[in-house]
Write a new protein. Structure first.
Length: 556
């Protein structure tokens, strides 16, 4: 085997290999590496590429006939190792809330001490949140690691800002609407769907609602020393309605200013001097009241209630008529029947200027300007509202069966239709009825204008055939000017029609029907003009328009 030795050069910064008296046996990189690791230079950085060159040069000489018996007197000399300082890099997270040191330990020289690690952080502007104890432990650890050891450790952390708290509105007295929508709990924890409790009457000074102001979290900081502010919390304004006022000693406390019934009103709270009756029947007569009407019992058959504000009924609405300018809340349900004769198909007629809520609706004609929410079912009724939602904790409830449902945007229920294929119509066209009527009018006017232009063009051809008198030319010019005028009108009508079509298309694409439990045949859906029947039973799904047809999306 060849003789070799390793010696320091360049003041000890590098190590050179010297290979003498070559023998034919093959020299390997592993052999050279093992020999190097037996020297005092084993902590230097060994250059693998240099080892490869030494072996390659050796093989070239061994293959040369002129060098045999391979004693040239000239050694192979090459730098194969060197001292190498530790590599220290600083990694700062994208949010600047943590910093890690990545260190590759030194070869042949000392590893960085604590002061040098601290300086590396300072050079990268890491000035806050440094864990000095952890940094010191890392510096001590570097005293005993082997050359080329790679370590990574988080050595600085920012402080996250404190948690902001949103403003809260805490009800101290339950508004009547909530009372009627929240049945009483029995002693065993079950819900009594027939008992909504007594209606609260408040006195002047009684506490109604408290606003808990928002709290901004304490600012934090990142590892670069920059302040990190907490998310600005959402505030909620406490609006005072009629009959209520802020406490003179607490601006966040609303109290009653008069005796009456606590109600929600336009994102605020009021105390209403409502007209209160036990039942609306033959004893009370029909009610026509400028304000809110509270019925502690039911509205009986044949009676009517007309109020400019809210109507709140604790129990039932039987075959009767209710009109109100505000919300309508019915604690139990609407119980009508189908009429055999007359223009009105159902015995209950309801018109609501605000939102509507009831437990169930049967055989009723209901028009709601706002949203309609029902807990149990809508059966054999005609209902119209901005959005119609049926939601119940019981999967067997939240049904729409029979009749016609006319949402302006969305129908959401558990079950739509019935296994017996009861005809149930969902009609969104009421939401775009004005645009559809306008398009019809535009089409009719457009046809008239086109007909006029065609007639005038025919008349103009007659003047051309007659040829030249002055009078004929004047008449022809008048006809041409009239044609241009009508062509301008036709262009405007076409543009108007295009805008109407775009508006209808945009509205149609937003309409949706959600049946979270089951959708049955017998149901048909009308998004614009075409009525599309549901031909097969489907599990939980969403139905939307697709061109002139419909498309289904599975929800489960």
């Amino acid at each position: 085997m060849a003789e070799l030795r390793f010696e320091a050069i360049e003041n000890g910064d590098q190590v050179q290999i010297q290979l003498f008296e070559l023998d034919p046996p093959e020299l390997s990189e592993d052999f050279l590496r093992n020999q190097f690791n037996l020297t005092e230079f084993r902590n230097y950085f060994l250059m693998e590429s240099s080892l490869q060159k030494v072996v390659a040069d050796y093989k070239d000489l061994a293959a040369n006939e002129d060098t045999k018996p391979m004693n040239t007197g000239e050694p192979i000399e090459l730098v194969v190792a060197e001292k190498k300082a530790a590599h220290v890099s600083v990694e700062i997270s994208s949010d600047k809330m943590s910093c890690s040191l990545m260190i590759e330990s030194a070869y042949g020289v000392d590893n960085p001490n604590l002061n040098e690690l601290q300086q590396a952080l300072a050079d990268n502007n890491v000035v806050k949140g440094v864990d000095e104890a952890r940094l010191s432990a890392r510096a001590n650890q570097l005293l005993n690691v082997s050359s080329g050891t790679k370590v990574k450790q988080v050595v600085a952390k920012g402080k996250s800002p404190g948690q902001s708290k949103q403003a809260q509105i805490i009800l101290l007295t339950m508004p009547l609407q909530d009372r009627l929508m929240k049945p009483q709990l029995r002693g065993d924890g079950t819900v009594d769907m027939h008992d909504f409790g007594e209606i609260d009457i408040v006195e002047p000074g009684d506490e109604l609602v408290r606003r808990v102001p928002p709290v901004v979290g304490e600012p934090g900081f990142d590892v670069l020393g920059e302040t990190v502010y907490a998310v600005k919390p959402e505030d909620r304004e406490l609006k005072v309605g009629e009959g209520a006022q802020f406490s003179p000693t607490d601006k966040n406390l609303m109290i009653a200013a008069r005796k009456g019934i606590p109600l929600k009103a336009d994102d605020g709270y009021e105390v209403s001097e409502a007209y209160c009756v036990k039942d609306v029947d033959l004893k009370t007569g029909n009610i026509d009241f400028d304000g809110t009407v509270v019925v502690e019992g039911s509205v009986r058959e044949g009676m009517s209630v007309n109020a400019t504000k809210k109507v709140l009924v604790r129990d039932y609405v039987e075959s009767s008529q209710i009109t109100c300018g505000g919300d309508l809340v019915i604690g139990k349900g609407v119980l009508g029947h189908k009429r055999e004769t007359g223009e009105d198909a159902f015995s209950v007629k309801i018109e609501v200027g605000g939102d509507f809520h009831a437990n169930y609706v049967q055989y009723a004609d209901v028009i709601v300007a706002g949203d309609m929410s029902v807990t149990k079912h809508i059966m054999h009724s005609k209902v119209q509202a901005r959005a119609i939602t049926l939601e119940s904790p019981r999967k067997s409830e939240a049904k729409v069966i029979g009749g016609c449902v006319q949402p302006h945007s969305r129908l959401s229920c558990g079950t739509l239709g019935a296994p017996s294929y009861v005809p149930t119509h969902v009609d969104f066209s009421v939401a775009i009825a004005d645009q559809l009527a306008h398009i019809k009018s535009v089409n009719e006017e457009l046809a008239e204008r086109v007909e006029v232009v065609n007639g005038m063009n025919q008349a103009l051809k007659g003047f051309d055939a007659k040829g030249g008198g002055k009078e004929a030319k004047k008449q022809a010019e008048k006809i041409i000017n009239t044609i241009k005028h009508f062509q301008g009108l036709i262009s405007e009508l076409k543009q108007n029609k295009k805008q109407l079509v775009e508006a209808i298309t945009s509205a149609r694409d937003s309409f949706e029907v959600v049946a979270s439990n089951k959708l049955y045949p017998g149901v048909d859906v009308q998004f614009v003009q075409k009525v599309i029947p549901i031909k097969q039973e489907r599990p939980s799904c969403k139905v939307m328009a697709k061109g002139d047809g419909i498309t289904f999306f599975t929800l489960e």
